[in-house]
Design a protein around this ligand. Structure first.
Ligand code: NAI
Length: 249
């Protein structure tokens, strides 16, 4: 019931970190996976290690006018997209009063505007076919207040709002929309945010009842579940995969 054989998955930002682990997990579950990103070298290396059921498309999600062409290219070469994982994202950590409007908009554009545009493009096609699963990658920053990440927090709250609103629009046509809210997961993004800030690292760990940070594969397995028939009645949900961080005192 968690098998993804014959499914085609598009994973944005799939060349590294959480996106790469989602690609690995979905391939293990039988899917054909297309990863996207901006750097061809990184994508080539990732596909070489993912194996024959992986391919890539060079694509910057922030160039919204190219997303229709991206989806068309994948559907005509690999097949109809059954699963969209909106994983590509950026973070920016600095005190709110130092964040410029330009910086704020850059984060919102990548983490929210692009997520909406690609979900709309894929969602339209999925609704016509009456099947599909869209997975957003949210964050603990959408669950509770974290200092010095105002744009990132706003973008991830927006993503959680999209999950609910798009579920209302898409799910009557059997297209499910859900989020995974990762806790603190060991990737380059987390290391950048934490390595220079041991106080934040300890705070995050202290409120994580499982007592350790997550691995990208933990998100990969949850994504397989939400994409699979095993989750066929789940839509509009946000699943924390966080070692309990979101409920920690
Ligand atoms: P990462 O920095 O390793 O991966 C982000 C990926 O997105 C990279 O492959 C990057 O090239 C890609 N990307 C960024 N901007 C892009 C653009 N304009 N077009 C195409 N691709 C682009 O970081 P990580 O940790 O794997 O993050 C993946 C997702 O998980 C992000 O949405 C992040 O907000 C989310 N997340 C991560 C957490 C963590 O603890 N690592 C916690 C909560 C959420």
């Amino acid at each position: 019931m968690f098998n993804l054989t014959n499914k085609v998955a598009l994973i944005t930002g799939g060349g590294s970190g959480i996106g790469f682990a989602i690609a690995q997990a979905m391939i293990t579950a039988g899917a054909k996976v297309v990863i996207t990103g901006r750097r061809e070298n990184a994508l080539q290396e990732a596909v070489a290690s993912l194996g024959e059921n992986a391919s890539y498309q060079v694509n910057d999600v922030t160039v919204l006018e190219n997303l229709e062409t991206l989806v068309e290219a994948i559907e005509s070469s690999v097949g109809a997209i059954d699963i969209l994982v909106n994983n590509a994202g950026i973070n920016m950590k600095k005190p709110a009063i130092e964040v410029t409007d330009e910086e704020f908009q850059r984060v919102i554009h990548t983490n929210l505007n692009a997520v909406f545009a690609l979900s709309r493009t894929c969602g339209k096609r999925m609704m016509e076919r009456k099947k599909g699963a869209i997975i957003m990658i949210s964050s603990m920053a959408a669950y509770y207040g974290i200092d010095r990440v105002p744009a990132y927090s706003a973008s991830k709250h927006g993503v959680e709002g999209l999950v609910k609103a798009l579920s209302m629009d898409f799910s009557p046509q059997n297209v499910r929309v859900n989020a995974i809210a990762p806790g603190f997961i060991e990737t380059a993004m987390m290391q950048t945010a934490m390595n220079s800030d041991p106080a934040r690292m300890n705070k995050a760990l202290d409120r994580t009842p499982m007592g350790y940070f997550g691995k990208p594969e933990d998100i990969g397995m949850a994504a397989v579940f939400l994409a699979s028939e095993g989750a066929k009645y789940i839509t509009g949900a946000s699943l924390p995969v966080d070692g309990g961080n979101s409920i920690g005192f």
